[in-house]
Design a protein around this ligand. Structure first.
Ligand code: DX5
Ligand code: ZN
Length: 225
């Protein structure tokens, strides 16, 4: 049985020690490093840029996914790909033509995921899911750490999973925000095959123990797909 993929959200790390934090996650056997980028427009704050992606790339062979919570993802895609991203996550709600941006990113040899905010209807993403490599459902409002998981988002995950299976599509389904050992089970049951975890992984000295716990909780409900 395939287990759920775990992506460690570097925004929750000790940012003064990025190299060690990435290595710590590698040791904890996560499946990917997730890097949140904020531009002060799409969300009110600023966070992490291509330099952080470069540092992470230098120290790990894990896939690096870059979550662009920015207004013009098409404008900055190249910089993040050149810095070493394996996947860019772009928002449906940003100021761009998402279909064009997805094609642009993929033409540069990078995977591309489409993200939707908690209030965005998943049906609005359907026309793009033939092309996207992943759908990322935000389960908190983008821009702030420390928010509780919005349980209603799981209904959108169920719909997306049913749509994917009915249309014989192959995009992955990821959930970002407030994922813990308590919410990972329902995420997997709803149809996600990846979760992004920040605080719970980084706040614990023994991240390996947390990753094992998350996987165990996911397996209890039958991870996969
Ligand atoms: C959105 C946040 C989320 C999330 C991450 O702006 O960056 O990705 O809150 O942290 P956790 O996983 O700790 O909720
Ligand atoms: Zn994110």
């Amino acid at each position: 049985m395939r287990t759920v993929r775990l992506a460690a959200n570097l925004l929750a790390a000790d940012l003064g020690n990025i190299e060690q934090e990435v290595k710590r996650m590698e040791k904890a056997q996560v499946d990917a490093i997730h890097i949140d980028v904020m531009d002060g427009h799409f969300v009110p704050y600023f966070a992490l840029g291509p330099e952080v992606v470069q540092v992470a790339r230098r120290v790990t062979r894990l896939p690096i996914e870059v979550h662009l919570m920015i207004q013009q993802p098409d404008r900055y895609a190249r910089a993040f790909i050149e810095a070493g991203a394996d996947m860019l996550i772009v928002h449906l709600e940003a100021y761009h033509d998402p279909k064009r941006t997805i094609a642009l990113v993929q033409e540069m040899g990078c995977r591309c995921s489409l993200a939707i905010n908690p209030m965005t209807l998943v049906e609005n993403a359907y026309p793009l899911l033939k092309n996207a490599d992943q759908l990322l459902c935000m389960s908190v409002n983008p821009g702030f750490m420390g928010q509780p998981f919005i349980i209603e988002v799981l209904e959108k995950v169920r719909l997306a999973r049913a749509f994917r299976d009915k249309q014989h599509l192959h995009f992955d389904i990821s959930i970002d925000g407030g994922v813990t050992d308590e919410t990972v089970g329902p995420c997997v049951t709803a149809g996600a095959n990846q979760v992004v975890v920040g605080r719970q992984l980084f706040a614990n000295k023994d991240a390996g123990e947390v990753s094992r716990l998350l996987r165990a909780r996911a397996n209890e409900v039958g991870a996969g797909g």
